[in-house]
Design a protein around this ligand. Structure first.
Ligand SMILES: *Cc1c(COP(=O)(O)O)cnc(C)c1O
Length: 383
């Protein structure tokens, strides 16, 4: 990572060589965390930075959030926990995917907290902590209806009755299955069940809400909220205006501009054909860079949009591994030129829009962001 003159951190190829430039606005990540923290208060606001910070870089994101006052981070894997520990030496770091057999010493070594997801994991952790006089605590995950990870409510209730169990826990948590749909009846059921379970553990803090959960009202908040995707600009309230700032900007390089005659097809499989004489810009980004193949355009279905010189230009034809084509017939010829850039993600085309063009969610767009871009991290303003 190189520090540039404008207070930016840069990695990857130099600008003239780059097929794509990915800009991550750390100031927007911090602003999003603060907005969620204000909304959730007095509950504490943690940050979920699993999968390399939703593809945005766990280390730079963790550093920026820790500097802004975030004290609690969640990751999925032990190895991700070590990276976050390095970026935020003072923080509390929870590892969501639980305690794999034999890994308890590694947790202690890096001062990480496992999220215990079954009675077996609880027993392993208890044996290790007592055997080694390890006072670092853990979280307990209870399944309230998602049927993914966690103790059953019945198992949790029986554990709560065991002497000393609550003393080993710093958090009791559960996870919503349908938080992005406020009208789904499972939300109320999970909130009710979690309320009862949490009460059995006395003063141990509780946590239920992910990004969208923060918008489900006061009963979802408990003592701590765990936003992930909204920190990175995705809309936690689908169907309503996005309250988050956009974080990820992606520019793709035009390699060449060519004209195709009416009736000619474009790309593998010849799935799109020109309805008029069409100017095409061929761009040096493809599905290997995370622009999912499903975002291509066919004669039956419009592809993802890009912006060139203020004009919307759709992807036409299949997306290749390293290339995609845009219909730039209506774009300014000066902007749509060899060496120029198109915008695939910006303030107008957010991660949710690109996701919907590919029939998926912002989660998948973010965690697929390519590794061969020139990456530019815009530093958060000093707080
Ligand atoms: C990923 C995850 C989160 C964060 O979810 P978002 O929807 O990205 O806010 C919170 N809690 C758990 C258990 C998770 O797995």
């Amino acid at each position: 990572m190189v520090h540039s003159a404008q207070g930016e951190f840069v990695s990857g190829p130099p600008e003239i060589e780059a097929g794509g430039i990915l800009t991550i606005d750390l100031g927007a990540v911090v602003a999003n965390w603060r907005a969620l923290a204000r909304r959730a208060g007095p509950a504490q606001c943690a940050a979920v930075v699993k999968a390399d910070g939703y593809g945005c870089g766990a280390m730079p994101v963790t550093r920026a959030l820790a500097a802004a006052g975030c004290r609690i981070f969640f990751v999925a894997h032990l190895q991700e926990g070590r990276a976050v520990r390095q970026a935020a030496p003072e923080a509390i770091v929870y590892v969501l995917n639980g305690l794999a057999p034999g890994t308890a010493p590694a947790y202690a070594e890096s001062n990480l907290r496992p999220v215990l997801c079954s009675l077996e994991e609880w027993r392993d952790w208890e044996a290790f902590a007592r055997g080694h006089d390890w006072s670092g605590r853990a979280a307990l995950q209870v399944d309230t209806g998602m049927n993914r990870l966690g103790l059953t409510p019945k198992q949790a209730a029986s554990l709560a009755g065991e002497k000393g169990a609550a003393d080993m826990l710093a958090l009791v948590m559960s996870h919503f299955a349908c938080a992005e749909d406020p009208s789904h009846p499972l939300n109320a059921r999970q909130m009710g069940l979690f309320q009862d379970i949490r009460a059995l553990f006395g003063t141990v803090p509780g946590s239920l809400a992910n990004s969208s959960g923060i918008f489900l009202g006061p009963d979802a908040l408990h003592d701590m909220v765990r936003p992930g995707v909204a920190l990175f600009g995705a809309n936690p309230t689908p169907g309503h205006p996005n309250p988050m700032r956009s974080v990820v900007h992606l520019q793709g390089r035009i390699i060449q501009v060519r004209t195709v005659a009416t009736g000619e097809s474009v790309g593998y499989g010849a799935t799109w054909s020109a309805k008029r004489e069409t100017r095409l810009a061929v761009v040096s980004i493809g599905y290997a860079d995370g622009i999912l193949r499903a975002a291509g355009g066919t004669d039956l279905r419009t592809g993802a949009d890009a912006m060139i010189g203020g004009k919307v230009c759709p992807v036409v034809g299949r997306i290749s591994m390293d290339l995609l084509a845009l219909d730039v017939t209506d774009a300014d010829t000066a902007a749509a030129q060899r060496g120029g850039f198109v915008h695939l993600l910006d303030d107008n085309i957010g991660v949710d829009e690109l996701a919907s063009a590919a029939n998926t969610l912002a989660y998948e767009i973010l965690t697929s962001l390519g590794r061969r871009y020139r990456r530019v991290y815009r530093a958060a303003p000093a707080s």
